[in-house]
Write a protein of this length. Structure first.
Lengths: 277, 144, 297
């Protein structure tokens, strides 16, 4: 069974691998630029999606007045091609979960074994894709702030971002695998790919790490007065000024992982259900 | 398929039209009767080898069990002999002898069938006796 | 030891009770025909034996395995070819055979390749792109290559052109001659007549008759009598109650009676009518099939 699985996936896997390598090397060697809107034009600093100042005065002046700048890390770190690659790999393996099942069911194999081999193959493929992209991305170097050294950034944010891309791949795999129990493989693959890419980089993308830099209004200075601040200005500011504190959160991630787990269980149940024809 | 010896191919060719699976006559009996008649007429001579069960079954597209049963019946009637390694051959006997009680019983049943039909169609016992006398008289002439 | 022994098998298809206690046995080296109309449960029976369709009752004993052995264990010894043949759409015939070699301990590569060659199955084309007949040919080649002791085929003549049907019959005969057992299902008796030595008739979820087919041919006969005059009323009832009478036809002065088993009682009863002529003819099994299963032979 493992032999059969390998025979089937080696062609699409090598094609994808070659494509990934090509694009990744281009990306790593800075020949290929990241594409907006996920990266800054000058490739400096993370994607800052807005700054707001909250000023408390009068009776509520005991509350902290802050100016915050929101950043998205994972989306920036891997931009578009690593999530894209991982989405394609996950959808490919998820949508062919049921491939050839009419034949395989009649062989001296248990259904759980078929499922296990296919799931392991899918997870292995996603992991491989993530590691390849991580290697290539890391060569571009990390962000370098005056107050946050690139080495430190790489050590923490980079691996968190890598894990988030892996999470995206696994979720796409499970969604495609679940859908393919109900609709044809092509439809399930397309649906999973579309869903993943449509969400990529949006505020409701679960696989991003939202980091909020909190500044005091005094640090912000005259910027606090301006209505809409250009991206380069913000980026120059946060690169130079250390914030009061850094808050990081994973909005939606917990829910998404729970949903993925439940989908995975549902997928396994639907796969191993006794079929009458 | 490998080339069979020409005598076996000949057997396969002539037996095919004698077997009709759709007729309602038990197939193994059709095979037995075809071979029995051929042996009695001399078309199949003593010492000639018959096709293997597998070859005959494949040619006629019949279940091997059916052919095995036919060969077993022919062997019981003393017409053929199966020897390991030597295949199946026609036995050399001038006149077929029915040594088996079961085959004798089968023939007796067949005769009863015919007798019933004759009686039912209006013949009397006297007519039957006359028929038997005529038969005995003519068959003693044929035996040699 | 039988190749297959099924007792009281009960199975459903959705809400519908398809098998309501079916009994069937396939002897070693036998080619057994499972006969029944479309929808009578032939496929369900075969899939239940294989462990692919859930059983709600009854026992299945395959070869020397324990009763109701697990699916994968049964499938090591029994190969099933569903209607139209199941294949891996993305793989070529060669890959199928390589897979079979890994999975079946007694895989016979020569037989698989020979069967594929005779049925004109291209070996290097993806199975999903083969025609219906070629796909069935591939499924058959794979099944024969598996060399399992019991081979079950669901309506194998469907989708095969007449030449290939004859080839299939030859392959199955050769397979059985080597000691393997074959169970094939059909709703058309003439297509498997001759090929099968044993038959089981499936109706209303039960096997209503299981018999050696030659025995069945011996039992059934047609007695045709030409009477001197039209049949007097009342004699029809009398004659149909004679033991062995299964059916009756009167056309003018010709009386056709379908009889099973001993004929003496019928012939004695007929003698009273003083027939002009009596003939006893064998009865084609296709007619017996029609009587048993009703319609569509």
């Amino acid at each position: 069974m493992t032999w059969l699985e390998w025979r089937h996936v080696r062609l699409p896997l090598s094609l994808l691998g070659a494509l990934a390598l090509l694009v990744g090397v281009g990306y790593a060697s800075r020949v290929l630029h990241s594409l907006p809107p996920f990266a800054s034009v000058h490739e400096l600093g993370p994607w800052a999606n807005g700054s707001t100042c909250t000023l408390w005065a009068g009776l509520l002046s005991n509350r902290e007045s802050t100016c915050t700048v929101g950043l998205q890390f994972a989306g920036r770190w891997f931009d578009w091609w690593a999530p894209l690659l991982v989405t394609l790999v996950g959808a490919l393996f998820g949508s062919r979960l049921n491939s050839g099942l009419a034949f395989l069911q009649l062989q001296p194999l248990s259904t759980t074994r078929i499922l296990a081999v296919r799931v392991i193959a899918g997870l292995a493929a996603v992991t491989l894709a993530v590691l390849v992209s991580a290697v290539l991305v890391s060569t571009r170097g990390a962000l370098d702030f005056t107050w946050w050294h690139s080495g430190a950034v790489m050590r923490s944010e980079f691996w968190i971002a890598t894990a988030l891309v892996w999470g995206r791949g696994v979720t796409v795999f499970v969604i495609a695998g679940l859908l393919t129990q109900l609709v044809p493989p092509a439809v399930s693959a397309l649906a999973a790919i579309t869903g993943s890419l449509a969400l990529l980089g949006t505020p409701i993308d679960p696989f991003v790490r939202a980091v909020t830099l909190v500044y005091t209004p005094e640090q912000f200075g005259e910027l606090a007065q301006r209505e809409s601040i250009p991206l380069q200005v913000i980026q120059a500011f946060i690169a130079a000024h250390a914030p009061l504190r850094v808050e990081a959160s994973f909005p939606l991630l917990g829910w998404t992982l729970a949903a993925t787990l439940i989908s995975g269980i549902l997928m396994a149940l639907l796969f191993t259900r006794p079929r009458s024809q | 398929m490998t080339q069979e010896p020409s005598e076996e191919r000949g057997v396969l060719e002539w037996i095919t039209p004698h077997v009709n699976p759709h007729s309602g006559i038990p197939i193994y009996i059709q095979i037995v009767q075809a071979f029995a008649r051929a042996i009695q007429r001399g078309t199949l001579r003593p010492g000639e080898s018959l096709p293997t069960v597998r070859l005959l079954a494949q040619t006629l597209r019949l279940a091997p069990n059916t052919v095995t049963r036919a060969y077993a019946e022919l062997q019981r009637q003393g017409l053929i002999e199966s020897r390991a390694g030597a295949g199946t051959t026609v036995l050399s006997r001038p006149v077929t002898q029915f040594t088996d009680e079961a085959s004798r019983q089968a023939l007796t049943d067949e005769l009863h069938d015919v007798l019933h039909r004759m009686l039912a169609s209006g013949l009397t016992v006297t007519d039957l006796r006359r028929l038997l006398d005529n038969f005995t008289a003519s068959s003693t002439q044929d035996v040699l | 030891m039988n190749a297959l022994q099924v007792t009281g098998l009960i199975a459903r298809h959705g809400r519908r009770a398809v098998l309501r206690g079916a009994d069937l046995h396939v002897g070693q080296g036998s080619i057994t025909a499972l006969l029944g109309q479309n929808g009578s449960g032939k496929s369900t029976l075969m899939r239940s034996v294989l462990g692919v369709h859930p059983r709600t009752g009854g026992t299945v004993r395959v070869l020397d395995l324990p009763e109701n052995a697990s699916g994968p264990r049964v499938r090591e010894r029994v190969t099933y070819v569903p209607t139209g043949g199941a294949v891996l759409p993305q793989e070529t015939a060669r890959t199928h055979f390589a897979f079979g070699a890994r999975i079946y301990p007694r895989w016979n590569p020569q037989r698989a390749l020979d069967t594929a060659a005779e049925l004109h199955v291209p070996l290097d084309q993806r199975a999903g792109r083969l025609s219906t007949g070629q796909r069935m040919g591939l499924a058959l080649a794979y099944a024969l290559g598996s060399s399992t002791e019991l081979l079950m085929l669901d309506e194998p003549t469907n989708g095969l052109d007449p030449d290939h049907r004859q080839l299939l019959a030859q392959f199955l005969v050769a397979y059985a001659a080597e000691g393997h057992s074959v169970l094939l299902s059909s709703h058309v008796l003439p297509e498997v007549e001759g090929l099968a030595d044993h038959g089981a008739f499936l109706k209303d979820g039960r096997v209503i008759l299981e018999a050696d087919l030659d025995e069945l041919r011996t039992q059934h006969a047609v007695v045709q009598a030409i009477l001197p005059d039209v049949l007097p009323s009342g004699s029809i009832q009398r004659l149909s109650s004679v033991s062995g009478v299964r059916g009756f036809e009167v056309q003018g002065r010709t009386l056709t009676v379908h009889v099973q088993g001993g004929r003496e009682a019928l012939l004695a009863a007929l003698a009273n009518l003083k027939p002009v002529d009596i003939q006893i003819k064998p009865r084609p099994l296709a007619e017996v099939y029609d009587d048993l299963l009703g319609g569509g032979a």
